[in-house]
Design a protein around this ligand. Structure first.
Ligand code: HEM
Length: 408
C-alpha cells in the first residue's frame, strides 16, 4: 500500500495542473492571500504532489465538493488521513466525521440542544459578559487582544453555556488547536500540538462526563437525549467533546479577526458605531473575509466527475473554504471588507448537512462582543504588529496589541 500522509497516492487526473506547493507551510498559513489567489487562478482543481491530493478554492466547485456528502464523504476523515486506511489519533467525531444515517441521529440531538430557543436563553448572559469585559479593557488601557479578549471571552461564556463546572482557558484553546492541527500532515505544527495531548486530553474527557456538568446547560440537554434512548451515554460524552473541540478556537479566531478587520478598516468601524445593529453583518463579513476554518478535506467515495475533471475513488480533496470566500467571480470586490455586504451563502460555517451546528452560538457570542464595542468604544488602534498563529486548519491571530478609547 503506497500511503501519502495517511491516504493512497493517486494519479494526476487529466487536465489538472500540478502545483508543487505545501499548503501547510507555516509561511503560507500565516499569510495565505497569494496562495488563495493562485489556487483559484490555476483551475477548478490543482494536484499537490507533496500530499498526492487535489485542492480546490473556486467558490462553486468548493461548495459542490464540500456539500455533496454522497460523493464526497466525511466518514473517511475531514483531514489528510483516510480513516478507511488508518486509525485516527482519537476515536473519530460521531457528528463531524460520519455520514448519514449515523450523522442524522447525532445531528438531530445537537441541533435540538443548540436550537434558536436554547441560544436565545443565553443571549442576556452573553451580553452582560461582553459589556463588562469591554468596560474592563477600557479602564485597563492598552491590552493584548488575543489573550485579553479573543480568548478570554469565549472561554468564559461558552464553558458556562455548556455547563462545565470549571473553565481552563489554556487547555480549552490548546485542545482546539490540537484537534485542528491534527487535520494536517505530520508536520512540526501537528507534532507540537499533539505533544500537549497527555496533559489536555484526560482533562477534556473528564469535563465531558455527566457528573461534571451542571444540569441546566447544553451538555445536560445532550445527556437528556441519552435518557430518552436517542443515543447512548457514551455517545452523549462524545458529543459534548465535539462542542469543546469545535466551539472554542473557532470563536476565538472569529473575535480576533473581527477586531483586526475593524482596527485596519476604521471607515467600517465608523459605520458600526453609527449603527450597532450592524454587529451581526459585520461578523458575517469577517467570516467571509478571514474565514476561521481555512480548509477541511473530503474523500471521493466513488469514481466521479466535477467541473469536467475525473476524480478517482479514494482521492483526498482539500477544500479551501477561505479561498472560495474571496473568489471574485462570486463576490464582487471580494478583497474589500465591507460590513454592509451581507455575504449570504459564504462557506465559513460550512454548507449542507454538516453546516456548523453551533452557528447560532457563534453568532450570539460575536454579536454580543461587537455590539458592546460599537456602543462603548470610540477608537480601536493597533499599537504593534498583528501576528498570525499558523495552524493546519484554523486561521487565527497569535498576538495583537490594541488600545481602545472610550466614547464620551
Ligand atoms: C466562528 C465560529 C465557527 C466557525 C467558523 C465554524 C466553522 C465550522 C465549519 C466550517 C463546519 C463544517 C465542517 C464540515 O462540513 O466538515 C462546522 C461544523 C461544526 N461546528 Fe462549527 N464553527 C464555529 C463555531 C462553532 C461553535 C461555537 C460550535 C459549538 C457550539 C461548533 C460546533 C460545530 C460542530 C459540532 C460541527 C459539526 C457539524 C456536523 O458535522 O454536522 N462550531 N463548523
Amino acid at each position: 500500500m503506497d500511503l501519502v500522509e495517511g491516504h493512497l497516492a493517486r494519479e494526476v487526473p487529466e487536465n489538472v495542473p500540478v502545483w508543487d506547493i505545501d499548503p501547510y507551510d507555516p509561511a503560507i498559513l500565516s499569510d495565505p492571500t497569494d496562495y488563495y489567489a493562485e489556487l483559484r487562478r490555476l483551475g477548478p482543481f490543482v494536484y499537490i504532489p507533496k500530499y498526492a491530493m487535489l485542492a480546490c478554492g473556486r467558490f462553486e466547485v468548493t461548495k459542490t465538493v464540500f456539500s455533496d456528502w454522497e460523493r464526497f464523504v466525511s466518514s473517511r476523515g475531514v483531514g489528510l488521513q483516510d480513516f478507511s486506511l488508518e486509525t485516527p489519533w482519537r476515536p473519530h467525531s460521531i457528528i463531524l466525521e460520519v455520514d448519514p444515517p449515523d450523522h442524522t441521529k447525532t445531528r438531530t440531538v445537537m441541533s435540538r440542544a443548540m436550537s434558536p430557543r436554547a441560544v436565545n436563553n443565553l443571549k442576556e448572559a452573553f451580553q452582560t459578559a461582553a459589556d463588562s469585559l469591554i468596560d474592563q479593557l477600557l479602564e485597563q488601557g492598552p491590552f493584548e487582544a488575543v489573550e485579553d479578549l479573543a480568548e478570554t471571552y469565549p472561554t468564559t461564556v461558552f464553558p458556562e453555556a455548556v455547563g462545565l463546572h470549571k473553565s481552563d482557558r489554556r487547555r480549552l484553546v490548546d485542545y482546539g488547536a490540537m484537534v485542528f492541527n491534527a487535520l494536517g500532515p505530520d508536520n512540526a505544527l501537528r507534532q507540537q500540538a499533539m505533544a500537549k495531548g497527555p496533559d489536555i486530553v484526560p482533562w477534556i474527557t473528564e469535563q465531558c462526563e455527566r457528573k461534571n456538568l451542571r444540569t441546566d446547560g447544553i451538555g445536560a440537554s445532550i445527556y437528556a437525549a441519552a435518557d430518552n434512548g436517542d443515543i447512548t451515554e457514551a455517545e452523549a460524552g462524545m458529543l459534548v467533546r465535539s462542542l469543546l473541540s469545535a466551539g472554542v478556537d473557532t470563536t476565538v479566531s472569529g473575535i480576533g479577526s473581527a477586531l483586526w478587520c475593524l482596527a485596519t478598516h476604521p471607515e467600517e468601524f465608523e459605520k458600526l458605531k453609527e449603527d450597532p445593529s450592524l454587529a451581526r453583518p459585520a461578523f458575517e463579513e469577517t467570516l467571509r473575509y478571514t474565514s476561521p476554518v481555512h480548509s477541511f478535506c473530503r474523500t471521493a467515495n466513488l469514481d466521479t466527475e466535477v467541473a469536467g475533471i475525473s476524480i478517482a475513488e479514494g482521492t483526498k480533496i482539500l477544500c479551501v473554504l477561505a479561498a472560495a470566500n474571496l473568489d471574485e467571480d462570486h463576490w464582487p470586490n471580494a478583497d474589500r471588507f465591507d460590513i454592509e455586504r451581507r455575504p449570504v451563502g459564504h462557506l465559513a460555517l460550512g454548507t449542507g448537512i454538516h453546516g456548523c451546528v453551533g452557528q447560532n452560538i457563534a453568532r450570539a457570542e460575536l454579536e454580543a462582543v461587537l455590539s458592546a464595542i460599537a456602543r462603548k468604544v470610540e477608537t480601536i488602534t493597533l499599537t504593534g504588529d498583528a501576528i498570525w498563529r499558523p495552524n493546519n486548519a484554523i486561521h487565527a491571530l497569535d498576538r495583537m496589541p490594541l488600545s481602545f478609547t472610550a466614547k464620551s
